[in-house]
Design a protein around this ligand. Sequence first.
Ligand SMILES: NC(=O)c1ccc[n+]([C@@H]2O[C@H](COP(=O)([O-])OP(=O)(O)OC[C@H]3O[C@@H](n4cnc5c(N)ncnc54)[C@H](O)[C@@H]3O)[C@@H](O)[C@H]2O)c1
Length: 334
Amino acid sequence: MTNLRTGVVGLGWAGTVHARTMAALPGIDLVAVADLDPAKHTAFPHVPTFGDLETMLRLELDYCVIATPSATHEAYALALAAAGVPALIEKPLAPTGTAARRIHDAFTRTATFAAVGHTERHQAPLAELARLLAGGSFGELWQLATRRQGPYSGRILDVGVALDLLVHDIDLASWLAREPIESVTAATRTLAGPYEDTATATTVLRGGLLAHHHADWISPFKQRTVQVHTAAGVLSADTVAGTLTHHPNTADPAPAGRFPGVQGGQARLIALPKQEPPFTVEHRLMRDAVLGASPRGLVSLAEGAEAVAATEALLTAAATGHRTPVPTRRLALT
Ligand SMILES: NC(=O)c1ccc[n+]([C@@H]2O[C@H](COP(=O)([O-])OP(=O)(O)OC[C@H]3O[C@@H](n4cnc5c(N)ncnc54)[C@H](O)[C@@H]3O)[C@@H](O)[C@H]2O)c1
């Protein structure tokens, strides 16, 4: 079988990781890269370079990555959908829920496959956490809490920390709980501007589950944690340390209808499968989906659009001080 012919638009931090990952994966040839800034092309001296997508599309790509700033995703996405070229579009899918839905609708209309680059789902501790929760042995979910902190990268200029970072956790919460977000309360703070550099929010998922999120660009250290309270204790994923820990709840079961209470037991590290870089997992899934395998494991445009809609509601909630419903169209939560 011949290798897939692929391209990347946008050769900044994310685009460079995509391009290197694709060039290294069996079954994929990286045949084109494009960036507005010609200086970025020097990192790929053996790959044909383009200043625009239109010329690049003449190469009849099997799939293309969009890794430009979020505000520019829509124009490229619509061009790829119109040309029938499958796409992997970086998160956030778009800066607004309406733009994200337009992207979703364009690919649906032309029956072209596309996925969103919420790579966090492919971090080994989080993938294992999702697998354990789906298995059901940890019982009812009680609460979720995420923290995503670090210094400002200096790269993201078109959105604030909510759409840049917290959108990952909005996506993770819905995915782990397998429920959509229905409403959000939030507060943000802007120290440097023009967009918020701190965002804190509580979302309510269908069924009443609460998810608490904090993200900021103002911390001199990096922290990425997801805690899930379940009836069997807390599962705590740390993607900086690469660990998943179970803090068991050893309280005796209570009579039916009564809260069983919580009691601490001995924490244990859960063994994780060999950690592969999340971008490698993502492109293997993308390659196989383009070749006709199930897209299971990839993040659908519907899910990407819902994460943007919930984050947009978060920004509205922070601006108004009111709990804000998430106006999703229930596109399809897979
Ligand atoms: N999935 C992840 O873990 C992850 C990590 C980082 C960034 N991202 C996402 O990737 C996207 C890019 O972020 P980044 O950190 O790589 O930014 P970046 O600033 O490092 O790179 C953006 C690149 O796009 C180029 N560019 C800008 N406008 C363009 C246009 N109209 N056409 C072609 N090229 C253009 C710039 O010259 C630059 O090389 C964002 O959507 C971001 O949210 C995702």
